[in-house]
Design a protein around this ligand. Sequence first.
Ligand SMILES: [Zn+2]
Ligand SMILES: [Zn+2]
Length: 118
Amino acid sequence: MSSLPNPVDHECLACYLYRMGNTLGCSRSTEALTHYRDYSAPRATALERKARLLGGNCDCEVLMNAFRPHTEEVEAAMEEGLDIICKGTRRGSIQPCEQWLMRRGVQWGGGQFRTRSA
Ligand SMILES: [Zn+2]
Ligand SMILES: [Zn+2]
């Protein structure tokens, strides 16, 4: 099992990855991504495969390759290594909160992965 801290209530994937990278440094794995998925979005089963397709070999690369800051505050916080307070996302969703945009061409499957039989 992962020893990472759990996402806080309604914390989005992007803010969580940022928070983990900012407090713990590069994990050299997608441990935080997997932990978020298991904890907050267990139905997003294709998440790691998608992350790898985007060229994300570790949590910070996933953050960089999939998301970009939507506000100047977030951009500045990233530059200075400050905390970013998540604006919140739906539980079970892997969509970022309003502070992040998906990078062009990134398909996160409409936000929620569905099981094939659903
Ligand atoms: Zn990294
Ligand atoms: Zn967020």
